[in-house]
Design a protein around this ligand. Structure first.
Ligand SMILES: [Zn+2]
Length: 155
């Protein structure tokens, strides 16, 4: 039975608090990727030399040739802005007090989607470099939000 099929005897509604517990794990590669961000302020990728492809975030297997990947690469904390957008409303459609800029920042052959912070004199453009700004180590929890934001690098 898939989760799209209903159990005929299942209740149609639940009137009380549901006691649901679960635990999400990042998987082997995700664990190492997020631990490197949390503990070392590093962004890691994995390299497939068959395909000459560097996965960021790191992956345990190559999507192209299915080879196991065990070559871990520190890709640095400065990437290239590939695309960006400005957000004026939040998830529920309410206007933001301050617009936010979200970008895809390229690392290796992949990248990270994250918030861009810039001052008023900096105009974001595709191709610019952006550097990760990490939370203090005591505030980190092992998530992508351990990176506070990316800041634009002016050349
Ligand atoms: Zn490959």
């Amino acid at each position: 039975m898939t989760y799209l099929e209903r159990e005929p005897a299942a209740p149609k509604a639940w009137q009380d608090e549901m006691q649901v517990t679960n635990r999400y794990t990042y998987g082997v590669a995700g664990e190492r990727f997020f631990r490197a961000i949390k503990d070392e302020s590093k962004i890691l990728g994995t390299r497939c030399n068959n395909c000459e492809h560097t996965y960021v975030p790191a992956s345990l297997f190559c999507e192209r040739c299915l080879d196991h990947l065990d070559e871990w690469i520190d890709v640095g904390t400065t990437g290239e802005i590939v695309t960006f957008t400005h957000l004026y409303v939040d998830y529920d459609g309410s206007p933001l007090l301050e617009p936010e800029t979200i970008a895809f920042i390229k690392f290796g052959d992949g990248g990270i989607i994250h918030r861009i912070e810039s001052n008023e004199s900096q105009q974001i453009e595709i191709g610019m470099s952006a550097r990760a700004v990490f939370k203090s180590k005591t505030e980190r929890a092992g998530s992508i939000l351990d990176i506070l934001h990316f800041e634009l690098m002016t050349s």
